[in-house]
Design a protein around this ligand. Structure first.
Ligand code: PXG
Length: 451
């Protein structure tokens, strides 16, 4: 595509588009990047550059770009039944078959799905469903949901409130009432002198303290991502989840595991909860459910919760696109690809161990204070001083590094002073080598700039 074509698209952006999570003035001064097509793990921009997409879009294109089977599944379903809904005692085959397929892969005892259009809607659903559940059980005062600082659960009012992103809370009066937050299990950034497991127990114990502070009979649920994604690929110490489980059981509150990023193979298991051996009560899902080819989310719900909902009369909640037939058909085909091509097993046994071994080599780089990861997730902590974990002064190193990534044909995400990856699950060992070479080159260039 010519420069003038790129400028044409950029002008349209300036004149008409309000993109998400964007400083509009800053973007307009610079011009947006135009992505035109994609195949496998690669994107092509309007200048013809081939870019290795180490973020799988936004943590979602699990089976990679360009899967014709997904295109065909959508076209077939559009011809057959492009739209119908699940309201008013009707249903359609794609949503029913998908609900069954999800129940098959979900943790034991989680056999029902409430469909939504996105991960944010899934978390809005969770908030309403959990409060409805406790009301049916005769404990309507159990309303409070405890989340975590720097957790991410979406951008609707409920999602932003359940999440712990302070910048988001600062806009639009979030969090709404009835939501509390505790610290995140971010050992590298907040663990101080404690060893990881001591720190894991310490932050998990905040849940108990918060429950007692709020009043044990007022707490409905705890919500957390198995591994925080948008917060910077924060992997809890081994001691964290077992301790959380003990506290959940002690007070009989519900556990909501937000699987929007970890679900559908990201950790080398179907769900992040499988990786940690957790048994949640509700699991919001989205992203990898359709590999991002169409928007779809949902909440997978434990049988005991469903049994209570069955006794509660009408649940006044749902979306026009809940269980959309075309999205459901694409999700079904996506699950078939993941299953039949044994993509998650390959991640678990082969490509994730390879990625993680090569990723940890980056810890030798002078800029890298920690290289961590699980499955097809990774983070690098950029520091000025590895011993003291001192960071570079504002604006830091990560934004510089991200610019070098774009220049070197690589998409990584910068979160604070971390560089993070979440590549398509189908990435090959050769492509992982290319990724590591590019990251090394970008780190070298960043080190030259910030020194
Ligand atoms: N829960 C989690 C754990 C997420 O990561 C959502 C809910 C919301 O999903 P929707 O489909 O409503 O976006 C998410 C989304 C980033 C980034 O920059 C992360 C997400 C979305 C957009 C950007 O890391 N996660």
């Amino acid at each position: 595509m010519s420069d003038s074509q790129t400028q044409h698209w950029q002008a349209l952006g300036r004149d008409h588009l309000l993109p998400p999570f964007t400083d509009y003035k800053a973007l307009n001064a610079k011009g947006t990047r135009i992505i035109e097509r994609a195949s496998g793990v690669y994107l092509w921009d309007s200048a013809g550059n081939q870019i290795l997409d180490a973020m799988a879009g936004l943590w979602c294109v699990n089976v990679g770009y360009g899967r014709e089977e997904l295109v065909e599944a959508a076209a077939r379903q559009m011809r057959e039944l492009p739209y119908y809904n699940l309201f008013f005692q009707t249903a359609h085959p794609p949503a029913l078959a998908l609900a069954q397929a999800i129940a098959e892969i979900a943790p034991e005892g989680m056999n029902h799905v409430f469909f939504t259009g996105s991960g944010s809607e899934a978390n809005d659903t969770v908030l309403r469903m959990v409060r409805h559940y406790w009301a049916i059980k005769g404990q309507p005062e159990r309303k409070v949901i405890i989340g975590r600082w720097n957790g991410y659960h979406g951008s609707t009012v409920a999602g932003a409130s359940l999440g712990g992103m302070k910048a988001m809370h600062g806009q639009g009066d979030c969090p709404i009432p009835g939501i509390e937050h505790i610290d995140q299990p971010y050992w590298y950034g907040e663990g101080g002198e404690l060893d990881p497991d001591e720190f894991g127990v310490k932050v998990a114990d905040q849940l108990e303290r918060k429950i007692l502070e709020v009043g044990a009979d007022k707490v409905a649920a705890f919500i957390a991502e198995p591994i925080q994604g948008a917060g910077g690929v924060i992997i809890p110490p081994d001691s964290y989840w077992p301790r959380i489980r003990q506290i959940i059981d002690r007070y009989g509150i519900l556990l909501i595991a937000d699987e929007v990023i970890c679900g559908f193979g990201r950790t080398g298991h179907w769900f992040g909860s499988d990786h940690f051996g957790n048994a949640p009560d509700l699991m919001p899902i989205a992203k990898g459910l359709t590999s991002g080819y169409l928007p779809m989310g949902g909440v997978i719900v434990r049988d005991e919760v469903v049994a209570t909902l069955n006794e509660g009369g009408e649940f006044y909640h749902g979306f026009t696109y809940s269980g959309h037939p075309v999205a459901a058909a694409v999700a079904l085909e996506n699950l078939r690809i993941l299953r039949e091509e044994r993509i998650i097993e390959r991640v678990r046994d082969k490509t994730a161990p390879y990625l993680q071994a090569r990723w940890r080599e980056l810890a030798d780089h002078p800029l890298v204070g920690e290289a961590r990861g699980v499955g097809m997730l990774g983070a690098l902590e950029l520091v000025k001083n590895k011993k003291t974990r001192e960071r570079f002064a504002d604006p830091g190193a990560a934004m510089t590094c991200r610019e070098h990534c774009f220049r070197n044909g690589l998409v990584m995400r910068a979160v604070g002073e971390s560089m993070i990856i979440s590549p398509p699950l189908v990435i090959s060992e050769a492509e992982i080598d290319e990724l590591i070479d590019k990251v090394t080159r970008c780190l070298d260039a960043t080190a030259r700039d910030v020194k």
